[in-house]
Write a protein that binds this ligand. Structure first.
Ligand SMILES: [Zn+2]
Length: 114
């Protein structure tokens, strides 16, 4: 499963961060998903819960946010959408994808300071 490998990389980053800062536990972790990352949020959450056991991220809340993609509508111009679509949600005009993220980005971490 794609998400397990991604989650292992994410946890590696979190464990390294926690080690650097001396954090014993993390409360919340914010992650941005690129529109084209292909990550299924539910699968990532499941993997996170399973793989974080025994790490500082165990029990932390994973907050996932989808990074919008930039589309060009032939009728109303450029717009940002958080889901992939071929028709403009405003006017129904044809959409062309200009750019969208493919990455998963660790944004912020809230530790328990002890
Ligand atoms: Zn439009």
């Amino acid at each position: 499963m794609h998400e397990v490998a991604i989650c292992e990389a994410l946890l590696g980053q979190l464990v390294a961060l926690a080690g650097q800062h001396g954090w014993s536990r993390l409360v919340r972790v914010w992650v941005r998903l690129g529109l084209l990352s292909g990550v299924v949020p539910e699968a990532l959450e499941f993997a996170f819960t399973a793989l974080s056991a025994g790490t500082p991220a165990e029990g932390a809340e994973l907050v996932l946010e989808t990074e919008p993609g930039h589309f060009a509508c032939a009728v109303c111009g450029e717009l940002e959408l958080a889901s992939f679509d071929f028709a403009c949600p405003l006017c129904g005009g044809p959409l062309q994808l200009l750019r969208a993220g493919r990455d998963l980005l660790l944004c912020e971490v809230e530790p328990i300071l002890s």
